[in-house]
Design a protein around this ligand. Structure first.
Ligand code: FEO
Length: 382
């Protein structure tokens, strides 16, 4: 598949994977992207996951059509991309592997010995291939420290490592478009590193980019401002959508009932609402929605004198990713000593979020008093 006249896609689709990085459900698979630039010198960018050695090497050879590659450029040392680097070097021992200092250390850690030819590059170094020249833009902690983007000055292609990637194999035509699974990927994997993403976005603002070629998901080429703008919103912890995300854990349906009544009241007021069960639905869909909306309602039964476990994990997952700039309210349930609200609230840093006083305290099942509390809460969330 051609990206431009001289740039070819040589990656693979993983249809067997069910959990990416051991924790993100990927029912529509995953792609591990790799690219090849044919010029006076030939450069390969990145390898693919260990399970796809034969398919990738076959893609490389087919694209090379009998020629030898000159360079293997590394963007990221996480094994979903680096696993086959040493295998390629075994086949083409004269190839020069282009990496930075941090990659060199990781290469040794993963593969125990360095390739015969290593070209160590620094930020903004250039690698001339003939017509094409790659300029290296470091992207530390997006989301590993060694990450390095490459910008092809000829075709104006940005090879962006994991940034702008999404879940889903390339041959899966996602009916929800790019943003939904790109957002889940961003907040699941990169979310903690908003400041570092902002840094690299600032660096990129000086470049004329026509195509973004990430290590996962489709090559982006239409209106790049759409993708760049979403990355700017996500990484600056702004809310993408005005509305309320109601996220609950409910064992016997009583806590859920209060959430559904609240959702329906808010919707009647014309407020956009998303609602999800942490027990029954994808955990990281809820993480992305908590960042997406500007208001959050968390609802949990009391458990062991504190928070129901999946809700506790959820709040930890938000905090681990630097959750901030939101308005939060709580619904708690307890049949003898409701404690969930106090415990949930204690997990948030009040410098980062605004906690509403209004809330709902359910004693076993939704009462008339609770309906009145829900009315008040709905007004406070407007
Ligand atoms: Fe796709 Fe961070 O590896």
């Amino acid at each position: 598949m051609n990206i431009t006249k001289d740039i070819f896609y040589i990656g693979v689709d993983d249809k067997k994977i069910t959990k990416f990085e051991g924790q993100f459900d990927v029912e529509n698979g995953m792609s591990y992207n790799s690219y090849l630039i044919i010029d006076e010198k030939i450069a390969i960018l990145d390898s693919v996951d260990a399970n796809f050695k034969d398919e990738w090497i076959s893609n490389v050879k087919k694209a090379l059509n009998g020629r030898n590659p000159d360079y293997l450029v590394i963007s990221h040392m996480e094994p979903d991309h680096s696993a086959n680097l040493a295998n390629l070097v075994k086949i083409y021992p004269d190839i020069t592997v282009v990496m930075n200092q941090s990659m060199q250390k990781m290469y040794l850690q993963f593969f125990k010995e360095l390739p015969k030819n290593v070209l160590l590059v620094k930020e903004l170094d250039e690698l001339n291939l003939g017509k094409h020249t790659l300029k290296f833009i470091f992207a530390p902690m997006v989301h590993w420290p060694e990450v390095m983007f490459s910008y092809d000055m000829c075709d104006k292609v940005l090879f962006s490592a994991d940034a702008f990637g999404k879940f889903g194999s390339l041959d899966y035509d996602d009916p929800e478009g790019w943003a939904c699974e790109a957002r889940r990927y961003y907040f699941g994997i990169v979310g903690k590193f908003g400041a570092q993403v902002q840094n690299v976005l600032k660096k990129l603002s000086g470049y004329d980019i026509k195509i973004i070629a990430p290590l996962h998901g489709p090559v982006l080429s239409d209106d790049l401002s759409y993708y760049l703008n979403l990355y700017d919103i996500w990484s600056s912890y702004k809310s993408e959508t005005e509305g309320v995300f109601i996220c609950y854990a409910s064992v016997y349906g009583n806590t859920k009932k209060a959430c559904e009544i609240l959702a329906s009241k808010l919707e009647k007021e014309g407020i956009k609402v998303a609602i999800a069960s942490l027990i029954d639905e994808d955990f990281y869909e809820s993480v992305e929605d908590a960042f997406r909306y500007d208001r959050l309602v968390l609802a949990s039964p009391t458990y062991n004198g504190g928070i129901f476990p999946v809700m506790e994990n959820f709040i930890d997952a938000l905090n681990a990713r630097g959750y901030k700039n939101k308005k939060i309210a709580f619904i708690e349930n307890g049949s003898w000593a409701p404690m969930a609200r106090k415990a949930m609230q204690a997990k948030f840093n009040l410098d980062n979020v605004e906690i509403l006083d209004e809330g709902v305290k359910i004693l076993s099942s939704v009462s008339d008093a609770n309906l009145a509390e829900i009315d008040v809460l709905a007004k406070a969330l407007k």
